[in-house]
Write a protein that binds this ligand. Structure first.
Ligand code: NAP
Length: 323
């Protein structure tokens, strides 16, 4: 099996590198467990080695079952061949709930450890529910310091190789870095040619935080995304000139920015297409054209904005970093 590019995470020479293309498992509307399992198995067969799941996505159990099947079918030798991420949902983002939440994710996955455990959003909610959108009356401020200490305990116990965050602005990362004993290895955020994250990328690079890009195709067809990326005229023009698809142009662009990328497709053809981004490159002119695209944030996080909650506006949630 052909292997795809990987990158060492900061301070991790003794750990497995992160494969730069990962497979997303957030599906809208929710798929059956069997569909998810089959899709993940196809993805392993075609060479994906990095899988992104979350307590919220209900994908942990099918992912775990696919890993067992993939080993049985000889697609991989062992669990060590894979890089597995899961995430702490808002309702578990309370210091005493973090370790039990990770233990529950491991039980769902049938694994002894994760490669990466992330705080899903910088917000907590009333314990007990795994739903999106979160009931706005149940949103609560997150105690970053204590929640992060509990994440650190998870890594110290060997239950996850790395810990990180998702949907954090530079300002929130700075806050976390000020008291963290273990710095976050990753910030998983929306990134595509229409939301290029230049400021956040610069900040993360300076601080040794690796970026993983989600919704690289704009998550069309979901409640958190739109068709804007796939329908972008500049991207269509570049795709036509290169003889590639718009999806491949998006994925190649993200890859050329030196970050890792997660892409979801449950179609076997499209999951193969999405891996064909390594044997060609964008020209300087293509990159310049992409640089000039007007910026539009697809996954704004309006679901986390409420008059009674910790964030009263999108400016609060993203600390003014969305303009
Ligand atoms: N941390 C977070 O808050 C967060 C938020 C969002 C996503 N994520 C993670 O990132 C992963 C990827 O992002 P995403 O799922 O939001 O969006 P995405 O990967 O940008 O887009 C997925 C959509 O594009 C379609 N698609 C995939 N490949 C295609 C191709 N070659 N041509 C045309 N359409 C294609 C898929 O449909 P088909 O399946 O029919 O191909 C699906 O509708 C998620 O699955 C999840 O694991 C994390």
């Amino acid at each position: 099996m052909k292997s795809f590019p990987e990158m060492l995470l900061c301070c991790s020479s003794d750990h497995k590198p992160i494969p730069l293309v990962g497979f997303g498992t957030a599906v809208y509307p929710l798929a059956s467990s069997e569909t998810m399992k089959q899709s993940i198995l196809h993805a392993i067969k075609h060479g994906y080695r990095h899988f992104d799941s979350a307590a919220l996505y209900q994908s942990e159990q099918p992912l775990g079952e696919s890993i067992v099947d993939a080993i049985r079918l000889g697609f991989i030798q062992s669990r060590q061949d894979l890089f597995i991420t899961s995430k702490l949902w808002c309702s578990d983002a309370h210091p005493h709930r973090v370790l039990p939440a990770l233990q529950n994710s491991l039980k769902n996955l049938g694994l002894e450890y994760l490669d990466m455990y992330l705080i899903h959003w910088p917000v907590s909610s009333k314990p007990g529910k795994y739903e999106f959108p979160v009931n706005k009356q149940e949103l609560l401020p997150m105690d970053f310091k204590s929640v992060w200490e509990a994440m650190e305990e998870c890594q110290n116990l060997g239950l996850t190789k790395f810990i990180g965050v998702s949907n954090f602005s530079c300002k929130k990362l700075q806050l976390l870095l000020a008291t963290a004993k273990i710095p976050p290895a990753v910030n998983q955020v929306e990134m595509n040619p229409l939301w290029q994250q230049k400021k956040l990328r610069e900040f993360c690079e300076k601080n040794g935080v690796h970026i993983t890009a989600y919704s690289p195709l704009g998550a069309k067809g979901t409640i958190w995304g739109s068709n804007q990326v796939m329908e972008c005229e500049v991207l269509k023009q570049i795709a036509k000139a290169r003889g590639k698809s718009v999806a491949q142009v998006c994925l190649r662009w993200v890859y050329e920015q030196g970050v890792s990328v997660l892409v979801k497709s449950f179609s076997e053809e499209r999951m193969k297409e999405n891996l064909h981004i390594f044997d060609w490159e964008l020209s300087a002119q293509d990159s310049e054209m992409i640089n000039q695209i007007s910026q539009y944030k697809g996954c704004a996080g309006v679901e986390f904005i409420s008059d009674e909650g910790p964030y009263k506006s999108l400016q609060d949630l993203w600390d003014g970093e969305i303009v």
